[in-house]
Design a protein around this ligand. Structure first.
Ligand code: UT7
Length: 328
């Protein structure tokens, strides 16, 4: 059977580190609270000169090199992000230019923290439904630009970074076995950046009322995540006839360590089969899943034939999963 495969992975994080003691000096919080409620010790923060496309470019170069594919061979570039360099044009076009990937169609996809899973599913469909051979999928964010560092409900969680994968296609049992995407727009209000779009365009008032920053009802998102993660797992596994006991690595969106722990427990996935790096990087939205995947590859943690269960969730509300039989 023809399947889409992950041929190479890469990631990039900025050098700047923001620690819990640093945050203690900015808002009314404590290292203890942050660590016990989120599992986060550090986040990487981009300097003022670095935008999303810069991190995307570094992750993309590393993924292309890892895959042994030249940018000119790419048919498509999808950048999953909610912090594009600018509203228009797409960050994917800036990346296409910088890579000299002149044959590639390029667009951004915004499904917030589920963005990478959505982009992976779109890429898979293009690979299987067209003559496209190679697609670059990047999840990249500079969330520090939209985080309100006076709001302790959000500023302790988020960080900056990017991950990328190069997809190709081949016959066989390996590769992307199934994907599942869903959304529940009823919860659109729970996590948002209210201004800067057509509803509340930028004005002195929107800036003064801090409406260009992220606003989150954290505990509602927390409950949503723990509820839907096992459902997403079931949906995607059902499409293959495989069971949760077959999963070698659970690759969850790194939103909060307690969400990861609760979801793994609910699904009876042993902790040693769960990939975790939230302690070092915090929550990088669309960047988190490709970043942890690329980091696991760089640490030789994935073996050929391993079954990976990827699950994302976030603003929208969006959710999605992908089941991947590792082929390298
Ligand atoms: O990326 C996808 C989308 N995002 C997520 O998945 C995030 C999901 N949510 C979360 O990770 C958690 O809800 C948070 C980490 C954001 C918050 O943790 P929580 O355990 O849900 O806390 P809470 O919002 O229920 O607040 C409990 C208390 C409140 O005080 P009172 O009202 O009980 O006195 C908050 O004001 O903790 C307080 N609080 C803090 N205290 C110290 C909230 N943030 C902080 C803080 N430091 N940074």
């Amino acid at each position: 059977m023809l399947r889409a495969h992950i041929l190479g992975t890469g990631f990039a994080v900025p050098d700047g580190v923001l620690s819990n003691p640093d945050l203690e000096k900015m808002v009314d919080t404590s290292d203890d609270w942050i660590l016990s409620r989120t599992g986060i010790s550090f986040r990487r923060i981009a300097d003022q000169k670095t935008a999303t496309s810069d991190l995307a470019y570094l992750a993309a170069c590393s993924a292309l090199e890892n895959a042994g594919i030249k940018p000119q061979q790419l048919d498509m570039i999808i950048v999953a992000t909610m912090t594009p360099d600018m509203p228009m044009p797409a960050t994917a076009c800036l990346l296409q230019h910088r890579l000299h990937a002149s044959r590639a169609a390029a667009f951004d996809l915004n499904a917030a923290c589920t963005g990478f899973i959505y982009a992976l599913a779109v890429a898979e469909h293009f690979l299987l439904g067209s003559d496209y051979k190679y697609i670059l999928v990047v999840g990249a964010e500079v969330l520090s630009r939209v985080v309100d560092y006076t709001d302790r409900n959000t500023c302790v969680i988020f960080g900056d970074g990017a991950g990328a994968v190069v997809l190709g296609k081949d016959e066989g049992d390996h590769g992307i076995l199934a994907t599942y995407l869903a959304a529940d727009g009823e919860g659109w209000d729970l996590l948002k950046i209210p201004a800067g779009g057509s509803r509340y365009p930028a004005s002195a008032e929107t800036v003064a009322s801090r409406m260009h920053y992220m606003q989150m009802q954290g505990s509602e998102i927390f409950k949503f995540a723990v509820r839907i993660i096992p459902q997403c797992a079931e949906r995607v596994l059902d499409r293959t006839g495989l069971g949760i006991e077959d999963v070698d690595h659970l690759v969850l969106h790194q939103a909060n360590l307690r969400i990861i722990q609760a979801a793994a427990k609910k699904m009876n996935i042993p902790w040693e089969n769960v990939l975790v790096n939230i302690d070092k990087y915090g929550n990088i939205s669309a960047g988190s899943i490709p970043l942890i995947l690329a980091e696991a590859v760089s640490e030789n943690r994935l073996k050929k034939g391993d079954l990976l269960l990827l699950i994302g969730f976030g603003a929208g509300l969006t959710m999605g999963a992908a089941l991947v039989r590792w082929s390298r």
